[in-house]
Design a binder for this molecule. Structure first.
Ligand code: PMT
Length: 221
């Protein structure tokens, strides 16, 4: 029975981009629409999970039955995720979190000044890395958006961030990655299990990821 796959399981999903303030009118962001993470949230509810969705700015309808927490910056997302983390059984991090943010955001609108402008950026905290370090019972799934050597770089993230599995996106492939309604990913588990999923709707990608997670949770017991 579909509805009982994740019975009594709490699943935390992150989605969307983050917005990093430059000044009161400008910000840095990226092309994430939130569609991939929202699709996972929708499917997880269908499979009976108690779902928390923490998302950056996305123009999408929150799926019914999902507890939604809306955030803006990487720092906001960090705080919200850390607060929810201890109670979760599974965490799936589909969000495209900024790696850098302006070091000194301006409180007044930045005026034009000369031909060049240099803005200093500083690293944001890596949420997923921190989850890996604090991990207790949670099953931790990361995403990797790559343009070169996707499998190699993706597997490096799996190890470095101490994940149970990683969903690797080669974002140079047609129909894959940011914004569209489809995706093409490779699921790699800690045990080395590698599954190349076909190009399909983000809903179907979400189903396939969750089926795999359910299987691995069961094998773990
Ligand atoms: O939202 P859509 O338009 O549907 O697009 C979907 C997607 C392309 C955004 C999604 O499929 C995807 O690949 N998400 C991860 C994008 C990303 O930022 O990947 P990354 O390789 O930079 O980061 C690796 C992992 O670390 C991700 O799980 C990310 O959430 C996490 N991370 C990164 C930086 C940071 N400061 N904290 C993090 O937790």
């Amino acid at each position: 029975n579909k509805r009982t796959t994740f019975h009594k399981k709490r699943i935390l999903i992150t989605a969307g981009p983050t917005k990093e303030k430059v000044d009161p009118v400008r910000y840095f962001t990226n092309h994430s629409s939130g569609k991939m993470g929202y699709a996972i949230a929708r499917q997880a509810v269908q499979l009976g999970a108690e779902v928390t969705l923490i998302s950056g700015p996305a123009n999408l309808e929150v799926p019914a039955g999902v507890k939604h927490i809306s955030v803006e910056s990487a720092a906001d997302m960090y705080d919200a995720v850390m607060e929810a983390y201890p109670n979760q059984d599974v965490v799936i991090k589909a969000a495209a979190v900024a790696d850098y943010r302006p070091k000194h955001p301006f409180n007044e609108k930045l005026k034009k000044q000369g031909d060049n402008l240099v803005l200093e950026l500083e690293r944001t905290k890596d949420i997923l890395q921190t989850l890996g370090e604090k991990k207790k019972h949670q099953f931790l799934v990361g995403f990797a958006a790559e343009t070169t050597k996707p499998l190699e770089y993706g597997k490096q993230k799996l190890e470095k961030k101490r994940l149970d599995a990683i969903v690797i996106n080669n974002i140079t492939e047609a129909g894959a990655g940011f914004s569209g309604d489809t995706n093409k990913v490779t699921y790699v588990s800690k045990s080395g299990n590698t599954i190349d999923l076909p190009l399909q709707s983000k809903n179907d990608v979400a189903k396939a990821i969750l089926q795999q997670v359910a299987k691995e949770l069961k094998d773990d017991r």
